[in-house]
Design a protein around this ligand. Structure first.
Ligand SMILES: [Zn+2]
Ligand SMILES: [Zn+2]
Length: 229
């Protein structure tokens, strides 16, 4: 027998259970209830908790644009192509159910298996983008790959260039590079290799330089994603 419980019932009846599957289920329900209390719709709460669980399980979330027939979060559907002229199958303007249309969606789970018109975790672009701040907030330790730059809504999120040292093998984020006082003004600039101590002098040899194209998106000191062209 299979019984479908609401999130509130799951928390009410199953909280005392210690079986791992049930504990996981109760945690998911608790998270969805908290999100709903925060004004997040049921569909969005489901997607967010799925994304957070996926991040915890696999350590990775991706942002991959993918066409979908309908959105499991808001219920919007791309519909079907309409008949341009009347035929035996239907009158002009009626939907052709063998010709589904697609709209822009986003897949968050990294998977080899994809189904056309369907995402495993995600939804339409609008729903996923609206939920991203909460997902980023709730994911504590996972790589977020290819997430869009509009994550910069959060002042805490910043972009860091990568630097490399010509004298030794070191390369890494700007926050690791030592800084020198600029000759003009009162700023500083990245100048010193954290590994071998080689230093760029104002008119001398340049040991430390930017690695073109490569950067990290960092939030509160933790790398959210690395961009490596
Ligand atoms: Zn949607
Ligand atoms: Zn060095």
């Amino acid at each position: 027998m299979k019984v479908k419980l609401t999130d509130d019932e799951i928390v009410l009846y199953l909280s005392a259970c210690t079986r791992p599957k049930v504990v996981e289920c109760v945690a998911g329900a608790t998270a969805r209830i908290a999100l709903r209390g925060d004004g997040v719709s049921g569909g969005a709460a489901k997607m967010i908790t799925e994304a957070v669980a996926e991040a915890a399980a696999s350590g990775l979330l991706i942002y991959r644009c993918s066409s979908i027939g309908s959105c499991g979060v808001c219920g919007k559907s791309a519909g079907y192509a309409l008949r341009k002229r009347a035929s035996r199958a239907g009158r002009k303007g009626s939907p052709m159910y063998d010709r589904p249309l697609y709209m822009s969606g986003v897949e968050l789970r990294d998977s080899f298996v994809t189904m056309k018109g369907h995402v495993s975790i995600g939804g339409c672009k609008e729903c996923v983008d609206a939920a991203l701040p909460r997902i980023v907030d709730l994911v504590t330790a996972a790589e977020l790959r290819w997430f869009p730059d509009h994550l910069d809504f959060d002042a805490d999120v910043k972009r860091e260039d990568h630097y490399a040292c010509k004298k030794c093998e070191w390369s890494g984020r700007e926050s690791y590079v030592g800084r020198s006082r600029a000759m003009m003004g009162n700023g500083t600039y990245p100048s010193t290799c954290p590994d071998c101590g080689a230093k760029n002098e104002p008119f001398g040899k340049r040991h430390i330089s930017i690695v073109a194209g490569r950067h990290s998106v960092v939030k509160s000191g933790a790398v959210l994603r690395e961009i490596d062209p």
